[in-house]
Design a protein around this ligand. Structure first.
Ligand code: DCP
Ligand code: MG
Length: 487
């Protein structure tokens, strides 16, 4: 059985909890610009017809005594983590899907906590007593129905759709309630006179896939109560990589070696931070004529130290004949697994094993210093700083870096959080969504500020999952005066 937990009027409830004068008041959480739109409205404000995404001026017209509270994303992210922690006490299989909602598979938890409904009640109770917040929970045999159920009796609701009730619920379920139905699909279904999931049954999958593409097939399955999607815990990243398009093409072996070391350390740090190890290392080289080569090597024993990654990256690099100048250099790791998974060690450790373990503990110590005191405190002796160009005015060193972030990074507050981090760090530039599902950002500032922002991209926003961060130095970027979200 699957639970879908969704907090009630999340941002507004957190503010009403923390500021007692807001209790029972029509409250909206909102930016304060001219063009501000409502993030969310308290249930009192919803009685005036105010809802998320409504322009603030319109909301004010509907309710004269509306209370406008500014967004405090850091606080909501913190509360979100507390909510997820409560849910995780009841099931090991928890999938956070946004800042205020998560799925939990409670199939195997009956012996410990009782039937699904009892578990849902315990989660609601614990969120109320520990965090003074209410949520609504849907219970169903499949994910999409659990989500629909959580919305049926909001706020503070608990809705259980049993396997026996499923056919009746599916038959009458309005099509617009199905998560992921876009306006185009809605239009097409209007033409076919499909209003409920029951109506879908009048057609066969061939016809539906011709009219609606892949979604048509999924729709047919859903109408039969089939939803193959499983609750996915922190999905393992497939690969991690770091690369730089160099400010100027290089041909010097030692210079290339320094860059490989910097990238290897960065990738290693990212691996350790995520609690992962890798079994494959690769390098990527783009030459001055834009030809691109990649080389990779699999290893038997998983690694996560920057030195070990560098050792393999260098051996790959040494096998590449360097006839042209190098424009881009990168290091990547793949075949990732959790560092907690027990690794079968050979009975007698190979000669290099102790050395490898020593490097890993050095790296972990350096990581802790990095976290505590910042990037400049420790650096490997052979590393040079990454390319930076001097600003003509003021004499301050300025660096511009373009970063492409892929993974689950859209529709999860990634841009808003990047904007906040950028404003805090003091960089200029922009962040925007790309059509391919990735997020693009340009950061401009001192090398240290840019490095901080690059580090932030690896961490991501609440509920996001960063799979890959690709960086590119921009030797001739225009000067940005602010940091903005671009559309
Ligand atoms: N949010 C936002 N902009 C939107 C929609 C939502 O900033 N267009 C934010 C504010 C919400 C939070 O995300 O509090 C969670 O979104 P929900 O859709 O779950 O809405 P609420 O939790 O506010 O209300 P509900 O009780 O309907 O779940
Ligand atoms: Mg909610």
């Amino acid at each position: 059985m699957i639970l879908h937990i969704d907090m009630d009027a999340f941002f507004a409830s957190v503010e009403q909890r923390d500021k007692p004068e807001l209790k029972n008041q029509p409250v909206v959480i909102c930016g304060d610009s001219q063009r501000a739109v409502v993030s969310t409205a308290s249930y009192e404000a919803r009685q005036f017809g105010i809802h998320s995404a409504m322009p603030l001026f319109q909301a004010r017209q509907r309710c004269r005594h509306l209370v406008v509270v500014p967004v405090d994303m850091e606080k909501y992210a913190r509360v979100s983590r507390q909510v997820m922690a409560v849910i995780s006490q009841f099931s090991p299989l928890v999938e956070p899907v946004s800042i205020d909602e998560a799925y939990a598979d409670v199939t195997g938890c009956r012996t410990l906590f009782g039937p699904p409904e009892a578990i849902a009640m315990q989660i609601k109770q614990k969120i109320l007593t520990d965090l003074s917040l209410t949520c609504s929970i849907g219970i169903a045999p499949v994910k999409f129905l659990a989500k629909i159920a959580s919305d049926m009796h909001k706020p503070d609701g608990l809705t259980h759709i049993s396997r026996e009730q499923m056919p009746a619920v599916l038959k009458n379920l309005p099509i617009e309630k199905i998560p992921g139905v876009g306006t185009r699909a809605m239009k097409q279904m209007g033409i076919l006179n499909i209003r409920t999931l029951g109506d879908v049954q009048r057609f066969d999958t061939d016809f539906l896939s011709k009219k609606l593409g892949k979604f048509g097939v999924r729709l047919f399955q859903l109408s039969c109560g089939i939803d193959e999607s499983r609750v996915q815990t922190r999905a393992l990243r497939k690969s991690i990589s770091s690369e730089t398009t160099l400010a100027a093409d290089i041909s010097d072996f030692h210079e290339a070696k320094d860059i490989l070391l910097a990238h290897s350390r960065r990738v290693g740090r990212d691996l350790r931070k995520k609690g992962l190890v890798c079994c494959s290392v690769s390098i990527k080289i783009k030459f001055s004529d834009f030809t691109l080569i990649t080389r990779s090597r699999k290893i038997d024993e998983p690694i996560c130290s920057g030195e070990a990654i560098f050792h393999l990256a260098l051996s790959l690099f040494e096998q590449v004949p360097l006839k042209k100048r190098i424009r881009l250099l990168g290091v990547g790791v793949s075949h990732l697994q959790s560092a907690d998974v027990p690794v079968q060690m050979a009975l007698i450790p190979p000669a290099g094993h102790r050395l490898k373990k020593q490097w890993e503990s050095v790296d972990r110590a350096v990581d802790r210093i990095f976290e505590k005191f910042g990037r400049d405190m420790v650096a490997p002796a052979v590393l040079k700083p990454m390319t930076a160009k001097p600003l003509p005015k003021g004499g301050k060193m300025t660096q511009s870096m373009k970063v492409l972030i892929s993974g689950k990074v859209q529709r999860v507050f990634f841009r808003m959080e990047t904007l906040k981090a950028a404003q805090k760090t003091g960089v200029t530039g922009y962040v925007k969504n790309r059509a391919d599902g990735s997020v693009e950002a340009v950061f401009q500032g001192t090398p240290d500020q840019v490095a901080q922002m690059e580090k932030w991209c690896h961490t991501g926003a609440p509920a996001s999952r960063v799979d890959q961060v690709v960086t590119e130095d921009m030797p001739s970027a225009p000067d940005f005066s602010t940091f903005e979200i671009r559309y």
